[in-house]
Write a protein that binds this ligand. Sequence first.
Ligand code: HEC
Length: 150
Amino acid sequence: MPRVRIFVCMGWLALAVTAQGAEGTPGQAPRIETGRRVYETHCASCHGAQGEGAPNWQQPDVLGELPAPPHDTEGHTWKHADGMLYRIVRDGWRDPFNKTERLTMPAFGQILSPAEIRAVIDYLKTLWSPEQRRFQIEESRKAPFPREAG
Ligand code: HEC
Protein backbone atom coordinates (compact mmCIF):
# COMPACT_ATOMS: atom_id res chain seq x y z
CA MET A 1 0.00 0.00 0.00
CA PRO A 2 2.43 2.71 -1.15
CA ARG A 3 -0.11 5.49 -0.85
CA VAL A 4 -0.61 4.85 2.86
CA ARG A 5 3.12 4.76 3.38
CA ILE A 6 3.60 8.12 1.65
CA PHE A 7 0.81 9.60 3.76
CA VAL A 8 2.42 8.36 6.98
CA CYS A 9 5.76 9.75 5.87
CA MET A 10 4.30 13.17 5.20
CA GLY A 11 2.63 13.10 8.58
CA TRP A 12 5.98 12.59 10.26
CA LEU A 13 7.54 15.32 8.19
CA ALA A 14 4.81 17.78 9.15
CA LEU A 15 5.25 16.86 12.81
CA ALA A 16 8.99 17.29 12.61
CA VAL A 17 8.68 20.69 10.94
CA THR A 18 6.12 21.93 13.49
CA ALA A 19 8.24 20.70 16.39
CA GLN A 20 11.24 22.61 15.07
CA GLY A 21 9.53 25.92 15.87
CA ALA A 22 10.89 29.35 14.98
CA GLU A 23 14.13 28.87 16.88
CA GLY A 24 14.99 25.52 15.34
CA THR A 25 15.08 23.45 18.53
CA PRO A 26 12.32 20.90 19.08
CA GLY A 27 9.52 21.88 21.47
CA GLN A 28 11.10 25.21 22.43
CA ALA A 29 8.38 27.74 21.62
CA PRO A 30 6.58 27.92 25.02
CA ARG A 31 9.89 28.06 26.89
CA ILE A 32 11.12 30.91 24.69
CA GLU A 33 7.91 32.84 25.47
CA THR A 34 8.44 32.31 29.21
CA GLY A 35 12.06 33.37 28.76
CA ARG A 36 11.06 36.56 26.98
CA ARG A 37 8.73 37.49 29.86
CA VAL A 38 11.43 36.76 32.44
CA TYR A 39 13.88 38.86 30.43
CA GLU A 40 11.56 41.86 30.21
CA THR A 41 10.76 41.73 33.93
CA HIS A 42 14.19 40.96 35.43
CA CYS A 43 16.96 41.65 32.92
CA ALA A 44 16.01 44.37 30.43
CA SER A 45 16.52 47.22 32.94
CA CYS A 46 20.26 46.57 32.88
CA HIS A 47 20.89 44.63 29.65
CA GLY A 48 18.55 46.70 27.43
CA ALA A 49 15.10 46.03 25.96
CA GLN A 50 16.61 44.35 22.88
CA GLY A 51 19.62 42.89 24.71
CA GLU A 52 21.77 45.74 23.41
CA GLY A 53 23.59 46.23 26.74
CA ALA A 54 24.30 49.40 28.73
CA PRO A 55 25.88 52.38 26.92
CA ASN A 56 29.70 52.19 27.00
CA TRP A 57 29.50 48.65 28.33
CA GLN A 58 33.14 48.00 27.47
CA GLN A 59 34.43 50.79 29.77
CA PRO A 60 34.43 50.62 33.59
CA ASP A 61 32.07 53.26 35.04
CA VAL A 62 32.89 55.87 37.72
CA LEU A 63 32.81 53.19 40.43
CA GLY A 64 35.29 51.08 38.48
CA GLU A 65 32.62 48.50 37.60
CA LEU A 66 31.94 47.08 34.14
CA PRO A 67 28.36 47.89 33.04
CA ALA A 68 25.90 45.25 31.81
CA PRO A 69 27.05 43.82 28.43
CA PRO A 70 24.80 43.10 25.43
CA HIS A 71 23.31 39.65 24.89
CA ASP A 72 22.87 40.12 21.15
CA THR A 73 25.40 39.44 18.37
CA GLU A 74 27.62 42.34 19.65
CA GLY A 75 28.23 40.79 23.08
CA HIS A 76 30.01 37.63 24.14
CA THR A 77 27.22 35.80 25.97
CA TRP A 78 27.19 33.31 23.08
CA LYS A 79 30.75 32.25 23.91
CA HIS A 80 29.65 30.69 27.21
CA ALA A 81 28.29 27.13 27.47
CA ASP A 82 24.83 26.48 28.91
CA GLY A 83 26.31 25.29 32.23
CA MET A 84 28.30 28.51 32.67
CA LEU A 85 25.40 30.80 31.69
CA TYR A 86 23.17 28.98 34.14
CA ARG A 87 25.66 29.51 36.98
CA ILE A 88 26.11 33.20 36.13
CA VAL A 89 22.35 33.83 36.33
CA ARG A 90 21.75 31.62 39.39
CA ASP A 91 24.75 32.72 41.48
CA GLY A 92 25.54 36.18 40.08
CA TRP A 93 28.80 37.46 38.67
CA ARG A 94 31.29 40.31 38.79
CA ASP A 95 34.29 41.12 36.68
CA PRO A 96 37.39 40.13 38.72
CA PHE A 97 38.98 43.49 37.81
CA ASN A 98 36.09 45.59 39.15
CA LYS A 99 37.18 48.06 41.86
CA THR A 100 34.26 46.98 44.10
CA GLU A 101 33.47 43.57 45.62
CA ARG A 102 29.70 43.47 45.02
CA LEU A 103 28.07 41.20 42.45
CA THR A 104 27.21 43.66 39.69
CA MET A 105 25.31 40.85 37.95
CA PRO A 106 22.78 39.94 40.67
CA ALA A 107 22.13 36.31 41.71
CA PHE A 108 18.68 35.12 40.62
CA GLY A 109 18.75 31.73 42.38
CA GLN A 110 16.26 32.95 45.03
CA ILE A 111 14.08 34.89 42.59
CA LEU A 112 13.68 32.61 39.55
CA SER A 113 12.96 28.88 39.40
CA PRO A 114 15.49 26.61 37.65
CA ALA A 115 13.06 26.31 34.73
CA GLU A 116 12.78 30.11 34.46
CA ILE A 117 16.57 30.50 34.49
CA ARG A 118 16.84 27.99 31.69
CA ALA A 119 14.01 29.67 29.80
CA VAL A 120 15.61 33.10 29.92
CA ILE A 121 18.91 31.67 28.67
CA ASP A 122 17.10 29.93 25.83
CA TYR A 123 15.48 33.29 25.01
CA LEU A 124 18.91 34.96 24.84
CA LYS A 125 19.86 32.41 22.16
CA THR A 126 17.24 33.89 19.84
CA LEU A 127 19.33 37.11 19.79
CA TRP A 128 22.41 35.37 18.30
CA SER A 129 23.48 34.70 14.73
CA PRO A 130 23.26 31.14 13.37
CA GLU A 131 27.08 30.83 13.55
CA GLN A 132 27.16 32.02 17.17
CA ARG A 133 24.40 29.59 18.02
CA ARG A 134 26.24 26.70 16.40
CA PHE A 135 29.42 27.58 18.30
CA GLN A 136 27.51 27.72 21.60
CA ILE A 137 25.81 24.36 20.98
CA GLU A 138 29.28 22.81 20.55
CA GLU A 139 30.56 24.47 23.76
CA SER A 140 27.51 23.25 25.66
CA ARG A 141 28.21 19.61 24.83
CA LYS A 142 31.09 19.81 27.33
CA ALA A 143 29.19 21.89 29.90
CA PRO A 144 25.40 21.41 29.58
CA PHE A 145 22.64 22.80 31.82
CA PRO A 146 22.77 21.14 35.27
CA ARG A 147 20.18 18.47 35.97
CA GLU A 148 18.20 20.81 38.26
CA ALA A 149 17.34 22.93 35.19
CA GLY A 150 15.20 20.10 33.79
C1 HEC B 1 21.35 45.24 38.10
C2 HEC B 1 21.73 45.05 36.72
C3 HEC B 1 21.60 43.68 36.12
C4 HEC B 1 20.46 42.90 36.02
C5 HEC B 1 19.08 43.22 36.54
C6 HEC B 1 20.84 41.72 35.28
N1 HEC B 1 22.16 41.78 34.96
FE1 HEC B 1 23.22 40.36 33.91
N2 HEC B 1 24.91 41.43 34.17
C7 HEC B 1 24.99 42.67 34.77
C8 HEC B 1 26.37 43.12 34.74
C9 HEC B 1 26.87 44.43 35.29
C10 HEC B 1 27.11 42.11 34.11
C11 HEC B 1 28.60 42.10 33.82
C12 HEC B 1 29.35 41.54 35.00
C13 HEC B 1 30.83 41.63 34.72
O1 HEC B 1 31.34 40.85 33.91
O2 HEC B 1 31.46 42.48 35.34
C14 HEC B 1 26.15 41.07 33.75
C15 HEC B 1 26.51 39.90 33.10
C16 HEC B 1 25.61 38.94 32.68
C17 HEC B 1 25.97 37.75 31.95
C18 HEC B 1 27.38 37.37 31.49
C19 HEC B 1 27.54 37.93 30.10
C20 HEC B 1 28.86 37.68 29.49
O3 HEC B 1 29.00 38.02 28.30
O4 HEC B 1 29.79 37.19 30.14
C21 HEC B 1 24.81 37.07 31.70
C22 HEC B 1 24.64 35.78 30.95
C23 HEC B 1 23.74 37.85 32.30
N3 HEC B 1 24.26 38.96 32.88
C24 HEC B 1 22.41 37.50 32.22
C25 HEC B 1 21.39 38.18 32.89
C26 HEC B 1 20.02 37.72 32.92
C27 HEC B 1 19.50 36.50 32.19
C28 HEC B 1 19.35 38.60 33.70
C29 HEC B 1 17.90 38.55 34.11
C30 HEC B 1 17.45 37.32 34.74
C31 HEC B 1 20.29 39.62 34.14
N4 HEC B 1 21.52 39.33 33.61
C32 HEC B 1 19.98 40.71 34.95
C33 HEC B 1 23.97 43.39 35.32
C34 HEC B 1 22.66 42.95 35.45
